[in-house]
Design a protein around this ligand. Structure first.
Ligand code: G3H
Length: 249
């Protein structure tokens, strides 16, 4: 039985006033039947973790360095995220891969660091539109999965997010059949490689909104979502959490 996860990625958005959205979300969804996570900018993690307290909302980071400490100006260590109150960290998001040149080996090293710090790593994979048009989707996400996960990853410390790059912030999503095809493929790859591969949570990400959440969550092997824009406001993220709570298990 995989526990469903609604994860919000605020990306480079949010001010201290945005913490009101976490309070509003917790008030609207005080006892969701799924895990709820928000990954704000690093500047807000500690305050959000204090605010979230023992409520239903967990807090995560959006990236960490592969090293435990040292001369890495502007970076943040996994242990620093944990010390600030984070329980999870997003790694290998396509915006990190594109903006910062992160490759699979880098993501794998960061995933190891996250695990060493006791964080759950949410490892992102996803094809570009050119990949999909060329029929390379499964080859691309399969290679990313293989290269980004350490051999000792487990279902307890690692979550996979499938995010087609062309659907992120675009207002368009793959068809349900396309989502299902990739998630089934990822499940098969995980099951072939890891003893507990059937237990890894698989999130879909890319233009998840209140209007399309329920139909996406009904797709087999979709165990939740990694939500960008629609996670910023409780009035949008709340209904997504509710849809996931009500989704078939
Ligand atoms: O990490 C989240 C994804 O990039 C999805 O973003 P989006 O929901 O704004 O399309």
């Amino acid at each position: 039985m995989r526990r469903k996860l609604a994860a919000g990625n605020w990306k480079m958005n949010g001010t201290p006033a945005s913490l009101d959205e976490v309070a509003a979300l917790a008030a609207a969804q005080p006892a969701p039947a799924c895990e709820v996570l928000i990954c704000p900018p690093a500047t807000l993690i500690a305050a959000m973790a204090r605010l979230a307290g023992r409520g239903p909302v967990m807090v995560g980071g959006q990236d960490c360095h592969a090293a435990a400490q040292g001369a890495h100006t502007g970076d943040i260590a996994a242990t620093m995220l944990r010390d600030a109150g984070a329980s999870h960290v997003i790694l290998g998001h396509s915006e990190r891969r594109a903006d910062h040149g992160e490759d699979d080996a880098t993501v794998r090293a960061k995933t190891r660091a996250a695990h060493a710090a006791g964080l759950v790593a949410i490892v992102c994979v996803g094809e570009t539109e050119a990949d999909r048009d060329a029929g390379r989707t499964l080859a691309v996400v399969g290679a990313q999965l293989l290269g980004s996960l350490p051999e000792d990853a487990t279902a307890a410390d690692t979550v996979i997010a499938y995010e087609p790059v062309w659907a992120i912030g675009a207002g368009r999503t793959p068809t349900l059949a396309q989502i299902g095809e990739v998630h089934d493929f990822l499940r098969a790859e995980l099951t072939a490689r890891f003893a507990d591969g059937a237990g890894f949570r698989l999130l879909y990400g890319g233009s998840v909104k209140p209007a399309n959440a329920a139909e996406i969550f009904a797709v087999a092997n979709v165990d939740g979502a990694l939500v960008g824009g629609a996670s910023l406001k409780a009035q949008d993220f709340g209904p997504i959490v509710a849809a996931l709570s009500a989704a078939p298990s």
